[in-house]
Design a protein around this ligand. Structure first.
Ligand SMILES: Nc1ncnc2c1ncn2[C@@H]1O[C@H](COP(=O)(O)OP(=O)(O)O)[C@@H](O)[C@H]1O
Ligand SMILES: [Mg+2]
Length: 296
């Protein structure tokens, strides 16, 4: 798969503050790549360097295998800070201005408005927009020049639950169109819900990187209920059982590496137990994230 971004030993110091230290990572085409880390861990600084607005202290990065140039940056759309929109102009007019500044085809405006679901509000003044709509307009603006990569910094900050859900759906929709997305977030569930791959930053140091799906592999927990007396006994006989916890008549079975909930289900059935309830729970990213941060 094509490497979209390759970062080597990227470092940024602000005086004594080591905002970003020797970061190495790769982002491949089609990934939704999350940069996860608590506030102050260096996410925005990293994105700033990638966009050419912050000068690295040392290290380098390449976009599409090439040195970052103005030309290459045209393939990248970014929503880094709240972009400047004119409150008394409509969404449409604001995008027209942005299209002019960025020298991109205004014919793209209806398309991006449609994508972010603002077509019906395009003629309303920007100042009448909700925060979520403002953020969607910012994303629309970043997509005006049809970039292959979209960069988002804390895309749901300050939004209400409805606005958050809309932005997350939008990110998935944009990813489904084949764009590569790089997003920074301090929210675990955001990364878990929208990203395919992620890196964890801790005080400017990259402490973990990998697919989101791998997190929790080998640490499946299965919740089981069955209307039989000997459920506990049968569960104990199952070779894949690591530990069993009982909570209000429900058994929480954590599985050994290599065992899946299907295996447990089959075993129960073969032992004459029909589960009335069987739910697989992965170890939460939160727990793993805390372990990653604690261990690094
Ligand atoms: N322009 C700057 N001048 C001095 N320190 C900065 C500047 N920008 C960021 N920092 C510091 O760099 C560290 C990383 O900040 P930042 O990249 O904004 O983290 P994040 O986006 O993960 O919250 C913080 O300690 C922050 O105070
Ligand atoms: Mg930040």
């Amino acid at each position: 798969m094509e490497t979209v971004l390759s970062i080597s030993n990227l470092t940024k110091h602000f005086g004594k503050i080591k905002a970003v230290s020797n970061v190495n990572l790769q982002v491949k085409a089609g990934q939704v790549f999350g940069m996860l880390g608590p506030n102050g861990s260096g996410k925005t600084t990293t994105l700033g360097m990638l966009m050419g607005v912050v000068n690295p202290t040392s290290g380098s990065f390449k976009w599409f295998g090439e040195e970052p140039t103005h030309h290459i940056r045209k393939k990248i759309g970014a929503v880094l800070e709240h972009p400047i929109f004119y409150p008394y102009l409509s969404g449409q007019k604001n995008l027209e201005l942005n299209a002019m500044i960025k020298e991109c085809d205004p014919a793209n405006i209806p398309k991006v408005l449609e994508l972010v679901e603002l077509s019906d509000r395009k003629d309303d003044k920007y100042k009448t927009y909700s925060l979520g709509m403002k953020q969607r307009l910012a994303i629309a603006s970043a997509l005006l020049n049809e970039p292959t990569v979209l960069i988002l910094d804390e895309p749901t900050n300050g939004l209400d639950p409805m606005g958050i859900a809309e932005i997350r759906e939008l990110i998935k929709k944009i990813a489904a169109q084949g764009k590569t997305i790089i997003l920074a977030s301090h929210l675990l569930d955001e990364v878990q819900k929208v990203c395919t791959h992620f890196a964890v930053l801790k005080r400017g140091v990259l402490v973990h990187t990998g697919p989101v799906d791998d997190v929790g592999r080998g640490s499946e927990t299965v919740e089981v209920t069955a209307d039989v007396e000997n459920l506990n006994e049968v569960l104990l006989k199952f070779a894949g059982t690591s530990t069993i916890n009982r909570e209000d008549g429900t058994f929480q079975v954590s599985l050994r590496d290599g065992f899946r909930s299907q295996d447990l289900n089959k075993f129960l059935f073969e032992n004459g137990v029909i589960a009335s309830h069987l739910v697989t729970r992965k170890k939460s990213l939160e727990k793993q994230f805390l372990e990653i941060l604690a261990g690094a």
